[in-house]
Design a protein around this ligand. Sequence first.
Ligand SMILES: Nc1nc2c(ncn2[C@@H]2O[C@H](COP(=O)(O)OP(=O)(O)OP(=O)(O)O)[C@@H](O)[C@H]2O)c(=O)[nH]1
Ligand SMILES: [Mg+2]
Length: 191
Amino acid sequence: MIGAVLAGGRGRRFGDDKLLYKINGKPLVLYTIENLEMAKTIDEIVLIASKDNAERLRKLGYRVVVDELLIGPMGGVYTALSLGDAFVVAGDMPLIVPEFVDFIVSNFKKSGKIACVPRWENGYLEPLHAAYSRAFREVLEERIKDGNYALNRAIRETDVCYIPIESLPEEWRESFFNVNTREDLRRLQKG
Ligand SMILES: Nc1nc2c(ncn2[C@@H]2O[C@H](COP(=O)(O)OP(=O)(O)OP(=O)(O)O)[C@@H](O)[C@H]2O)c(=O)[nH]1
Ligand SMILES: [Mg+2]
């Protein structure tokens, strides 16, 4: 399974250097990549960049694909799925838990569903920490054509499998932590 890292955002809340911002000498996105690589079910990492940051991201040594749409996360997932089935994560999720990724990917494979997405009891979804089949790209294509760019709605209106988060080990929840502001970074450095 491909591990696709969304890295084409503009980081308006943080500053556009967000993913390459160094924490203890290492770019934020490299934490995400290295944890994803540790998942046994992931055999290739691909960064889904914008044309503006693709060259800078290429220097990290991973495969980079340019997202030509830049309509938000939905376009990133759409671009990733052109390569095949993928586990998609946001590049700003440095604490992803490899065992959790493997858990989602194996459930996705077992379920035979078009996608498998973690869901909180209150209904909130975690679409940027989820497994998608290539076939889901067609669902997205229809919606993109109509100008419907909300990924959450696309998932809700499709027959996907959900992973109930509260039934899983509590330590796995840090997997969803994402860096949006400089304040989040301080939380990360404190550990
Ligand atoms: N390929 C791609 N990635 C995206 C796109 N929009 C956001 N992302 C990435 O998805 C992840 C989560 O997005 P956000 O937390 O909203 O980050 P952001 O868009 O960079 O930041 P804000 O402008 O502050 O919302 C980040 O790693 C972004 O780089 C997009 O249009 N295409
Ligand atoms: Mg974020």
